[in-house]
Design a protein around this ligand. Structure first.
Ligand SMILES: Cc1ncc(COP(=O)(O)O)c(C=O)c1O
Length: 441
């Protein structure tokens, strides 16, 4: 292996780190320099067990040879080609592979470069669809409290995490939010889908009563991830689906986290038995080896928009890098791996063991809730009085220093390991987390 250069402290200034405490990091850097299988390695060579698949994205594990080679090969064959009014075979092939995994009838795939772009693209497609079918009054978008749909103006506005919005003033107009589905009094320590909360979908009926036929779409994550793992109550998504269908509203699932096997099926839609009209994806699509996202729509949505104009460009939307050759190559290799290794099936098979390990944390002092589905778990800690988020951040740092990467949001520890995780990794992940929580108590 090549010698790894450790950046000098005075080299850390230029990179303005995203979603980070820049001042703290630059005074106490924790660096990752290499990754393989279930692990990262620091520049000093210390192994860190990856309990988060990077950022919910390296579902097939790190450094997969098949993906690396596909990217290398494609870079040598054709580095870039535009997809505006031109095409390259590999982008079409990647789209066809995605369409093989999406629910039946959702076979049209628009490529983007991130989850944020996927969210904004999905919202724009929803608006364009209604306009194309003569319902241009449908301009309202409905999200959900505690939802995360990335950082573009659309996804930020429809998203429901106050902390992500309050710095930026102007939001999209005509946006409403459903209540979140977190009911700790009734549902704490539920395994999988909680029993209570189906009725929370009824709020959509109230919005319809208020706004009539001006709602274009409702966008939710099947399992909310970034807000700290909120699993949908039994019957809730089914009810949302029913109300949307009744009132001509499109249902968008943001599957950026739940896609590609994370909850034991190719997509959350399949696991949860509810088919949306549009779904967004990113992260696991290329195993994060090259940035790529996508939006899959029903054939009807595609056909309505495309048939909506007699000739010429049908949708005035797209990115220079939509269907980028390297990303397309990475996606094809990743989806081949998903099939060959049945990664969703592996996640499903590991779920009971992972679930037991997660719920065993109930006896760790300071743990006030545990939630889980597939290979996602949220462990909620009692906040330190007057210092929200401080306790979990300390747990994150302690875990890292003990050789395990976890993710925290507020006072919730979120775990989402690569789907290739084995039982000894699960034991180490939760064992170290338990030690860290006790250490910072
Ligand atoms: C559900 C969901 N949507 C959108 C995004 C945004 O993705 P990106 O950071 O790739 O823009 C994320 C990122 O975590 C996400 O979890």
């Amino acid at each position: 292996m090549n010698e790894i250069q450790i950046p000098r402290r005075n080299n850390l200034d230029a990179f303005w780190m995203p979603y980070s405490d820049n001042k703290y990091f630059k005074s106490t850097p924790r660096m990752l320099a290499r990754a393989e299988g279930m692990s990262y390695f620091t520049p000093e060579g210390d192994e860190i067990l990856d309990g988060t698949a990077g950022l919910w994205c390296c579902n097939a594990g790190h450094g997969r040879r098949e993906i690396v080679e596909a990217i290398q090969k494609q870079a040598a064959v054709m580095d870039f080609a535009p997809t505006f009014q031109l095409g390259h075979p590999i982008a079409f092939e990647a789209a066809a592979r995605v369409a093989e995994m999406t629910p039946e009838g959702m076979d049209r795939v628009f490529f983007v470069n991130s989850g944020s772009e996927a969210a904004d693209t999905a919202l724009k497609i929803a608006l364009a669809y209604h306009k194309a079918r003569g319902q241009s009054q449908r301009v309202r978008l409905v999200g959900r409290e505690r939802g995360y749909h990335g950082v573009g103006f659309g996804g930020m506005s429809v998203g429901g995490i106050g902390g992500n919005r309050k710095q930026f003033g102007a939001q999209l107009p005509y946006v409403d939010h459903l209540p979140h589905t977190h009911l700790p009094a009734q549902n704490s320590f539920a395994k999988g889908q909680p029993d209570h909360g189906e009725h929370l979908a009824d709020t959509l009926e109230n919005l319809v009563a208020l706004h009539g036929d001006t709602i274009a779409a409702v966008m939710v994550e099947p399992v909310a991830g970034s807000t700290g793992v909120l699993v949908p109550p039994k019957g809730y998504l089914e009810k949302l689906r029913k109300i949307c269908t009744q009132h001509g509203i499109l249902l968008i699932f943001d599957e950026v986290i739940t896609g590609f096997g994370r909850i034991g099926k190719p997509f959350g839609a399949e696991r949860l038995g509810v088919t949306p009209d549009i779904m967004t994806m990113a992260k696991g699509l290329t195993n994060a080896a090259v940035p790529m996202g996508a939006v899959a729509t029903s054939n009807e949505i595609y056909q309505t928009i495309v048939d909506g104009v007699p000739a010429g460009i049908e949708l005035f939307h797209g990115y220079t890098y939509s269907g980028h050759p390297l990303a397309s190559a990475a996606a094809i290799a990743t989806l081949d791996l998903h099939k060959a290794e049945d990664l969703p099936g592996r996640a499903l098979a590991m779920e009971p063991y992972f679930e037991e390990a997660a719920h065993a944390m109930q006896s760790t002092p300071g743990v006030i809730d545990v939630r889980n589905m597939g290979l996602i778990a949220g462990i909620e800690l009692e906040p330190t009085p007057g210092k929200p988020g401080a306790r979990a951040m300390e747990v994150f740092r302690t875990c890292f220093d003990k050789g395990v990467l976890v993710r925290v949001t507020g006072d919730i520890v979120a775990l989402s390991p690569p789907l290739i995780i084995e039982k000894p990794h699960v034991d180490r992940l939760f064992g170290t987390l338990d030690e860290a929580i006790r250490a910072v108590a």
